[in-house]
Design a protein around this ligand. Structure first.
Ligand SMILES: Cc1cc2nc3c(=O)[nH]c(=O)nc-3n(C[C@H](O)[C@H](O)[C@H](O)COP(=O)(O)OP(=O)(O)OC[C@H]3O[C@@H](n4cnc5c(N)ncnc54)[C@H](O)[C@@H]3O)c2cc1C
Length: 377
């Protein structure tokens, strides 16, 4: 993208190289297996593509928020959003530690994840509440110096193999100011993975339901004061939603590239299918939509990076890119014909993966509610 400076462009290229060398040769196998090897976290850490936006003092790459966004652009050509999302779960799990944690907690919970030694996940959604995030019922009850956590969480990315989970709990009845984050660690008594979920897409990313059966957690694992969770959650959502917006235009860009190449190779009625005006016009419209989504996303990201708090625009970017991804993936599959329905093609995999975009991180309907509020409605 023209407005990305050299460090972002260089970083996007290193991520692309990582995708080409370390992911693409195995991607179909990992998709079918429903997971990628744990060692990939270590390799990504060694190659500097795991924790780009975390400060160096905590083991990250010391980049800014745009580095983690262009990372998605660099990795997505691997053709598995599941790998990108699985490797990226620290991007939503660690910000609450960065925002609310003490120095001691940051030193304890962040560096092992940045080194790829521990996997981190974020657990907000519950079987009984998703869009209404402040409706969480997983309870943390104070008991001496500890808290006892009971409840369950659903759809947790990297939840099956997470070593530490940033969990949103209820510490008082007040809807918004009764929410508090804790770090729950693998091995704590009463904490377990109830099941791994089978999904439409994101096959290589594990997605879990988690159970908390009176898990005793020391107060040293509480992030911030009691009741500080909601504000940190809202801040975290901004990063997550921009990340999903970038996933949208990056997905659309990859399938567009494949569709253009295929339209030149594939012949019907004695000519390449790109020779039919209907195909060319389809591709022209797809390319226009990709450019519009990418331009909007980069513009919002740049302004956020400059210090603006853009809740409305971030929701617009997420919705627009999610919609563009659906439309461009649909047409790419159509251009591929039968091959677009076969798992060996990127367009097939990415078109399934893209269906998550209007759902995850806040649905399109919830984004529209936020946008309407921003319009004073
Ligand atoms: C693959 C995957 C990975 C995920 N990863 C994580 C994760 O790592 N951590 C985590 O905490 N969560 C995660 N999620 C959960 C995700 O954020 C939720 O699925 C999402 O927020 C929607 O919640 P829900 O599924 O409960 O839908 P619901 O809230 O039940 O919504 C159902 C429908 O009702 C609509 N609706 C609800 N309220 C309104 C309203 N006020 N106005 C209009 N329409 C409304 C919704 O838009 C939707 O269409 C993941 C989900 C998936 C599928």
């Amino acid at each position: 993208m023209p407005d990305a400076d050299d460090t972002h462009e260089l970083f996007r290229k290193s991520c692309l190289r990582f995708a080409e060398e370390k992911i693409i040769p195995h991607v179909i196998e990992w998709e079918e297996a429903g997971e990628f090897p744990r060692e990939l976290y270590n390799e990504a850490a060694k190659d500097g593509v795991l924790a780009a936006s975390i400060p160096e003092e905590y083991g990250g790459g010391g980049g800014d928020m745009l580095h983690s966004l262009v990372r998605t652009e660099g990795l997505l050509p691997c053709g598995s959003t599941g790998v990108v999302a699985g490797l990226g779960s620290l991007g939503i799990a660690l910000p609450p530690v960065m925002i609310l944690g003490t120095e001691e907690q940051k030193k304890r919970f962040i560096p092992p994840v940045c080194r790829g030694e521990k996997v981190a996940a974020l657990a907000i959604t519950e079987p009984g509440t998703g869009s209404d995030v402040a409706g969480v019922t997983t309870r943390a009850k104070k008991d001496g110096d500890d808290y006892v956590i009971s409840g369950s969480k659903l759809f947790i990315t990297s939840g099956v193999r997470a070593d530490q989970v940033t969990v949103l709990t209820r510490t008082s009845e007040d809807k918004h100011s009764g929410l508090t984050f804790f770090i729950v660690e693998k091995g704590m008594k009463g904490y377990s993975v109830s099941r791994a979920l089978k999904k439409t897409g994101w096959w290589a990313s594990d997605t879990a339901e988690l159970a908390f059966d009176e898990v005793r957690v020391p107060k040293e694992n509480r992030l911030g004061n009691e009741g500080s969770g909601f504000v940190a959650l809202m801040q975290n959502f901004q990063g997550e939603r921009l990340g999903l917006a970038f996933m949208g235009h990056a997905t659309a860009e990859v399938v567009l590239e494949d569709a253009i190449a295929y339209s030149k190779e594939r012949s019907a009625f004695g000519r390449p299918i790109a020779g039919f005006q209907v195909t060319r016009h389809k591709l022209a419209t797809m390319a226009t939509k990709v450019l519009a989504a990418k331009t909007l996303n980069h513009s919002v990201a740049r302004r956020v990076l400059a210090g603006e708090y853009l809740v409305t625009e971030t929701s617009m970017a997420k919705n627009f890119a999610a919609q563009v991804a659906q439309e461009v993936c649909y047409e790419a599959v159509q251009i591929f014909g039968g091959m677009g329905y076969c798992r060996e093609t990127r367009v097939e995999r990415l078109s399934r993966d893209a269906r998550l975009l209007p759902i995850g991180g806040g649905t399109s309907e919830i984004m529209n509610e936020i946008i309407a509020k921003g319009l004073g409605l």
